[in-house]
Design a protein around this ligand. Structure first.
Ligand SMILES: Nc1nc2c(ncn2[C@@H]2O[C@H](COP(=O)(O)OP(=O)(O)O)[C@@H](O)[C@H]2O)c(=O)[nH]1
Ligand SMILES: [Mg+2]
Length: 374
């Protein structure tokens, strides 16, 4: 009986040619025009458009759901308490069975008229990945200010170091890929940040057959850009993860960098307490330790763990657990250092080894205790 029903269903439905994934965060004014534009250029294709929304508050979701309710080629994925362009796009990918999947922004900045060329390149077997390029002949970034242009150029050059396949525009968020290839790569993706195309290409051990399709990046006319200064940080984190992530966790490196700055803060506080306040060494060292721990906690909270940032009351309990974990780390540090020293290692090797082991403990303990993933 089920088989019969499935057969009947199959006769009604066509075979899906492609899916277009559109990440959305507060794009109310852009949704309807975007669907119309895509619909115009993809006539003749059996396509679905999958919007992935991360909790828009401007009515985008209501607009999307009312459109989706009347049209089964429009689908909506809602994520709750999540953020991030890359991970949103990955979820869109995993929700479709279309053999060719494209990704484009929901703010009308990507020129939909090149979609057919990208899709055709994959369908014909000419390429496994086709991407919209603002830097290829005929493409353009539109009216960007000089500083944005320069940042983009530097970032593009840095990307070259992590990719087996050279791309003229690795920062592009506009591309299409064969679904099977994406699924091969998916388990290795970092999913951090905003640069999903770069993540895909950098996560594939071999070169990918690509085709670039030039297009002109349009200026945003409605809604606001969601990219802020954190984007630069996320980008560097993605690059580091692709370069050394297999050897050391990037968060450990960031934790270590914060620790180095924290050591300077410690020395400054110690100096201030000794010379400025005339405190005894024990009191000065104790206050400097507490001050430096608080500094390290606060900086790690906004930098290393900005994806799990603690606020309000949880900031306070987080600070307590951080101090407790680092207290144990300090005991381990002194214990191991002293042990090595009494075993006749030179003072600086004993000191460094203690500090290193203490720091790794601090990282491991606080990543579990203070900033555990929920
Ligand atoms: N689902 C989701 N979409 C996002 C997020 N951040 C940005 N977007 C969407 O991603 C697209 C590109 O973002 P935009 O802010 O325009 O980036 P810009 O063009 O580089 O300034 C737009 O459709 C945004 O609505 C996010 O955290 N989650
Ligand atoms: Mg945009």
């Amino acid at each position: 009986m089920y088989a019969y029903k499935l057969d009947e269903f199959a006769q009604q439905a066509g075979r899906l040619d492609c899916a277009i994934i559109v990440p959305i965060l507060n794009e109310a004014a852009n949704i309807q025009p975007l669907i119309e534009k895509i619909g115009t250029v993809l006539t003749g294709y059996d396509a679905e458009i999958i919007f992935v929304d991360d909790g828009s508050t401007d009515g985008s979701l209501e607009i999307l759901e009312s459109i989706a309710a009347a049209n089964r080629s429009i689908r909506v994925i809602r994520r709750i308490g999540r953020r991030g362009l890359s991970s949103a796009v990955v979820e869109g990918f995993l929700s479709t069975v279309a053999p060719v999947v494209a990704v484009m922004d929901g703010d009308l900045q990507h020129d939909e008229s090149v979609l057919p060329a990208m899709i055709a390149a994959l369908q014909s077997g000419e390429a496994d990945l086709a991407y919209g390029s603002r830097y290829a002949g005929g493409g353009s970034v539109g009216d960007w200010a000089a500083d944005r242009l320069m940042i983009s150029n530097v970032a593009t050059r840095m990307a070259g170091s992590v990719m087996k396949t050279p791309l003229s525009d690795p920062m592009s968020g506009f591309f299409a890929i064969r679904r099977e290839l994406f699924l091969d790569i998916a388990p290795r993706l970092s999913q951090a940040g905003y640069k999903i195309l770069l993540d895909i290409v950098a996560s594939h051990p071999e070169p990918i057959r690509v085709k670039q399709v030039p297009y002109k990046f349009r200026t945003r006319t409605a809604g606001e850009s969601k990219l802020d200064s954190m984007v630069v940080l996320e980008y560097v984190e993605l690059l580091l993860e692709k370069l050394v992530g297999r050897l050391v966790p990037v968060k450990l490196l960031m934790f270590g960098a914060v620790g180095l700055v924290g050591t300077l803060v410690h020395l400054a506080l110690l100096w201030g307490a000794l010379t400025g306040l005339g405190a005894s060494f024990a009191i000065a060292q104790g206050s400097a330790t507490l001050g430096a721990m608080t500094f390290n906690f606060a900086l790690n909270n906004v930098f290393t763990y900005r994806d799990r940032k603690l606020t309000g009351w949880r900031w306070v309990t987080g600070w307590l657990s951080f101090c407790a974990a680092c207290g144990i780390g300090a005991v381990a540090n002194v214990g191991i250092g002293t042990l090595l020293y009494t075993e006749a290692w030179s003072w600086w090797i004993a000191g460094l080894a203690g500090a290193l082991i203490g720091s790794v403990w601090n990282y491991a303990a606080t990543s579990w205790l203070t900033w555990r993933k929920r």
